[in-house]
Write a protein that binds this ligand. Structure first.
Ligand code: SF4
Ligand code: SF4
Length: 292
């Protein structure tokens, strides 16, 4: 027998969860998220692609069934910084979006709605499969500086400066019109995450993600490591979490005495719930501090 086969290999991430809960049970939240992301994308593309206009517009500003206006509050903030007074519909639309993310967590936008998450998740998955390590990761605070800079840029130029380079809008435009620059920017984010900084774009740079994390700071819906006494330190949750720094305080009682993940950068993606073979995590509210 060769040395390679005698060495104990580390089980694949989530293997214990799959063995215990079955493949579906260990991918519940991931499947729901993909359905949500692709379903929302399909609603937006059904109009320009097939002439079925259930939703008009894009993730920045839309009208559903000619009735429900939704506006990206970050776009509204840029618009105000640029000195443009928004229409009443835009204010109502932004109010609805803000109320929703105040309740469920701002970064739910990142994990359940934003199509760029498909791109950055793909880069993270490929990076794990290829065993790529290292790279140069910017500070997690960089996104907040960029957020401030983008609002300043809007103020200074009187325009929605961020929208010229926003990969989220670019991806939409690329899918509808298929032209080159959009794909260049989206491809650049993918390669950046794959080759330079693990989870670099969404976890450290994207000002939109930063905006939504601030918006959801006090959100009601939270993930809890409620059964943390069962944790066997396999580290699978840390490996799949897009913001792994958020887990430690709750799971390891580092600096807090309850198991609820309160960090505003938790995206409520539920992936930690999926991959945990010991069923440590569950979705609950920020007020449920119980352990079981
Ligand atoms: S961080 Fe930015 S690009 Fe990433 S999922 Fe959130 S909004 Fe989309
Ligand atoms: S802690 Fe869990 S729910 Fe929160 S971002 Fe990480 S994997 Fe997703």
């Amino acid at each position: 027998m060769s040395a390679a086969t005698t060495k104990t290999a580390r089980p694949r991430i989530g293997a214990e969860a799959i063995a215990g809960k079955g493949w579906l049970g260990a991918h519940n939240w991931l499947i729901l998220r993909r359905l949500s992301q692709l379903g929302i994308l399909a609603l937006f593309l059904a109009g320009p692609w097939f002439g079925v206009w259930i939703v008009k517009g894009n993730l920045s500003s839309s009208l559903t069934l000619d009735l429900l206006p939704l506006t990206d509050p970050f776009l509204l903030a840029q618009s105000l910084a640029a000195g443009t007074l928004p229409y009443k519909e835009a204010l109502i639309g932004a109010g609805i979006v803000v109320a929703f993310y105040l309740a469920v967590g701002g970064r739910v936008f990142c994990s359940w709605v934003c199509p760029m998450n498909l791109v950055t998740d793909a880069a993270a998955w490929l990076r794990r499969r290829l065993g790529l390590k290292g790279g140069k990761i910017p500070s997690g605070d960089t996104r907040y500086w960029l957020l401030g800079f983008m609002l300043l840029a809007a103020f200074a130029t009187g325009s929605l400066a961020w929208e010229w380079v926003n990969p989220v809008s670019m991806l939409h435009r690329g899918l509808i019109f298929g032209f080159g620059l959009a794909w260049g920017i989206v491809g650049g984010v993918f390669l950046y995450d794959l080759l330079i900084a693990t989870r670099g774009w969404c976890g450290h740079l994207c000002p939109m993600g930063a905006f939504y994390s601030l918006l959801g700071s006090t959100a009601l819906v939270r993930v809890s490591a409620a059964h943390r006494s069962a944790c066997d330190d396999c580290m699978d949750c840390f490996a799949v979490c897009p913001e792994p720094q958020v887990i430690r305080p709750a799971l390891k009682a580092a600096g807090q005495d309850h198991p609820v993940i309160l960090d505003r950068n938790c995206t409520n993606c539920g992936r930690c719930i999926d991959v945990c073979g010991k069923n440590v995590f569950r979705i609950t509210t920020r007020f449920d501090r119980s352990e079981s």
